[in-house]
Design a binder for this molecule. Structure first.
Ligand code: NAD
Length: 266
């Protein structure tokens, strides 16, 4: 008669020996995820348009060859190709891809005055970039039985005025994720995290850091009692990148302190 496996403590280093590429990994949530991966025993290649921020990460982390940085523009196919090739050549494998880089400001102004160029810029940086990075990394991810984590937003599900390009791109990422999960499985799993309000002022490059301007009211409006932090997102990303989530694919994980579940009546 087969018996259930014995009690085992959780693995403290679930990403040991694994290599994760993180776009926009030099600041904000991306930097938090990179730190989460390093803390879980993995190695990271962070790609970012901001070279100063990337170099500051390497200097501050001081983890030697476990972390590398490469300049990246996720909206440019050649730049994405070089970024992924650099990761494969440097580390010899790619186990995870985090598509995090984006124009993070959702406010694009009134639709009537939105230029086609601005709309296209949002689509290129916030949506087409996910296609470019996934397509380039898929062969290596398949070899390793890898995991993709995309960053969408609760704005894929709810909105303020004047945010059409950002909301559209994020909604597209949620749909792209479940479609790719079907095409890339069973070798590669693909999931999406939709964060709520995550202040990142303290997670910028040294010269740009400031304390977040959050009032008690800002925190209290969250059912969980506070706004989010990049490490809240990083903990979930590490789980989705690790074998602990081997039965999870095609899902959208809202992590927002309960805000999208809150009914608001005047
Ligand atoms: P951030 O602005 O703090 O950091 C974004 C990083 O991406 C920066 O280092 C920036 O230099 C880099 N970047 C921007 N354009 C790039 C490009 N074309 N190529 C490469 N790198 C580029 O942003 P954040 O708030 O940490 O957001 C990270 C992700 O989380 C984004 O996808 C954003 O839409 C999503 N998100 C954030 C929040 C939030 O409250 N912070 C909420 C929901 C979703």
């Amino acid at each position: 008669m087969p018996t259930p496996p014995p009690i085992q403590p959780p693995d403290p280093l679930p990403l040991k020996g694994r290599v994760v590429l993180i776009t926009g990994g030099a600041q904000g949530i991306g930097r938090g995820i990179a730190q989460g991966v390093l803390g879980a025993g993995g190695s990271v290649l962070i790609g970012d348009a901001d070279v100063e921020a990337g170099e500051a990460c390497l200097a501050e982390w001081n983890v030697g060859e476990a972390a590398r940085f490469r300049e990246l523009d996720v909206s440019k196919e050649t730049s994405v190709r070089r970024f992924v090739e650099h990761g494969t050549k440097t580390f010899g494998r790619v186990d995870g891809l985090v598509n995090n880089a984006a124009i993070a400001d959702p406010d694009a102004g009134p639709l009537e005055s939105l230029s086609l160029a601005d709309w296209n810029r949002y689509m290129a940086v916030n949506l087409t970039s996910v296609l470019l990075c996934c397509r380039q990394a898929l062969p290596s991810l398949r070899e390793c039985g890898g995991s993709v984590v995309n960053l969408a937003s609760t704005r894929a599900l709810m909105s303020e005025a004047d945010t059409e390009p950002y909301a559209t791109a994020k909604g597209g990422i949620v749909a792209f994720t479940h479609a790719l999960a079907m095409s890339a499985g069973p070798e590669v799993r693909v999931n999406v995290i939709s964060p709520g309000w995550v202040p990142t002022e303290q997670w910028q490059k040294p010269g740009d850091r400031k304390p977040p301007k959050l009032t008690r009211k800002d925190h209290a409006q969250h059912p969980a009692g506070r706004a989010g932090t990049p490490m809240d997102i990083a903990h979930l990303a590490v789980y989705l990148l690790s074998e602990q989530s081997a039965f999870v694919t095609g899902q959208n994980f809202v992590i927002d302190g309960g805000m999208v579940r809150k009914m608001v009546y005047a």
